[in-house]
Write a protein of this length. Structure first.
Length: 263
């Protein structure tokens, strides 16, 4: 079991309740990363399902949970022959923090009937760069859990030269050797800096709603994250991320709505 597996494990209390312990190692300046929180929640949902994989998840982030004990409460809505539907709530100190609807199914290693490759481009990993290590007082502990190698233009905001477009692109892998799985993908779809940084904004950009789809089981190796946005307006922005595995296959895709950061 890896550190990430331990940080996301859910312990069954009864048919609808799981105890979890939210790990402080996944903080982004205080709040915990949304993808990490979804990975915790999905551990409980999949454990309670007759199917193996979380194929679609839609979550509303009502509050910002803190590190420490919490619970996941699962309500089964319907179970069919090929998919099951559940409502899952992350609760801390008796207060709902995240509400989600999750569909589980079992994916197989099937060849795609059609696969769009038109939006897939990245320079070689050796031509990409890392972000500087955060200062210890910043409480950006998430950075230590993963490695991101960025397409240089998409982090021009670091030096005051943003591209002017909401975008972010990087290679991704866990800091501790671990083959990617659906729970790693849940983290990966929310691992990039907010795409709005490249449009000139700064500061914490809290996610309000995030939906992501597991499209295939990933091959071992580096993941590629391609993040884009369509509209930044009135204090809101959207972010779409597609995740490709080391074989170039689309394995996950997400869309979230978030607030433009302040500061």
């Amino acid at each position: 079991m890896t550190k990430f597996d331990e940080a996301t494990q859910a312990i069954r209390v009864d048919e609808s309740t799981y105890d979890v312990c939210l790990d402080p190692g996944y903080a982004i300046g205080g709040p915990l990363n949304g993808g990490y929180l979804l990975a915790v929640l999905l551990r409980a949902v999949v454990d309670s399902s007759p199917f193996e994989h979380p194929v679609t998840t839609s979550a509303q982030f009502l509050k910002a949970p803190v590190a420490g004990p919490a619970q996941v409460r699962v309500e089964h809505l319907k179970t069919g022959r090929t998919a099951a539907f559940a409502r899952a709530t992350l609760v801390q100190d008796g207060v709902a923090q995240i509400e989600s609807l999750v569909t589980t199914a079992t994916l197989h290693d099937a060849e795609p009937v059609y696969a769009d490759e038109s939006s897939f481009f990245m320079p070689r990993p050796e031509d990409c760069v890392k972000l500087p290590d955060p200062k210890p007082e910043s409480n950006m502990t998430l950075n230590a859990q993963m490695e991101l190698l960025f397409d240089p233009p998409t982090i021009g905001w670091l030096t005051g030269t943003p591209t002017g477009r909401p975008e972010s692109r990087a290679y991704f892998r866990m800091a501790e050797p671990q083959d990617p799985d659906p729970y790693v993908l849940a983290l990966a779809v929310d691992a990039l800096p907010p795409v709005v940084f490249s449009a000139g904004a700064r500061g914490w950009a809290p996610t309000v709603d995030l939906t992501w789809h597991l499209r295939a089981l990933p091959a071992p190796g580096l993941l590629t994250l391609i993040g884009t946005g369509r509209l930044v307006s009135d204090g809101w922005f959207d972010e779409e991320v597609e995740v490709r595995d080391s074989a170039g296959r689309l394995v996950a895709q997400s869309r979230q709505l978030a607030r433009v950061g302040r500061g």
